[in-house]
Design a binder for this molecule. Sequence first.
Ligand code: FEO
Length: 175
Amino acid sequence: MLKDKIEKALNDQVRIEAQSSQIYLAMASWAETEGLGGTAQFLYKHSDEERMHMLKLVQYVNERGGKALIPQLSEPARNYKSLTNLFQTLLDHEVMVSGEINNLVDICLSEKDYTTHNFMQWYVAEQIEEEALARTIMDKLNMIGEDKGGLYLFDRDIENISMVVDTSKQVINTM
Ligand code: FEO
């Protein structure tokens, strides 16, 4: 049975993952209407992944005898000034999410809930990957700047960007 404090912290994380999915869905839709098809596909996929992160939490809470709460979400931003602006927002968001995951891990330790602590390790590893990916994308966009040809190639290639995390947890970019 989950302690109340752990259940609440997990439900807070359900909301964060659901909101992340919603934000990336809105980003994908914006990119699609801007003619950035590759970026849109990347973001639709990212939105689906966040939904999966949420679902894992929902099912874990219910399996452990708690009650997962499906939250109301706020409307995400509709527009972005540029691709750089969009991906900086995404990176900032992921850094915030990592902080929240770390807080949750802290709560697990202080409450001596080692099962939930173990469950959360998947999220810790996932955040390392997601932040690294967002930073790689920002590095590329900063290099490209306003160059239209560069942005065209970026949009074409981003669909296939993937990260490989080796056993030593070093993140390798394969774009
Ligand atoms: Fe599920 Fe990107 O945090």
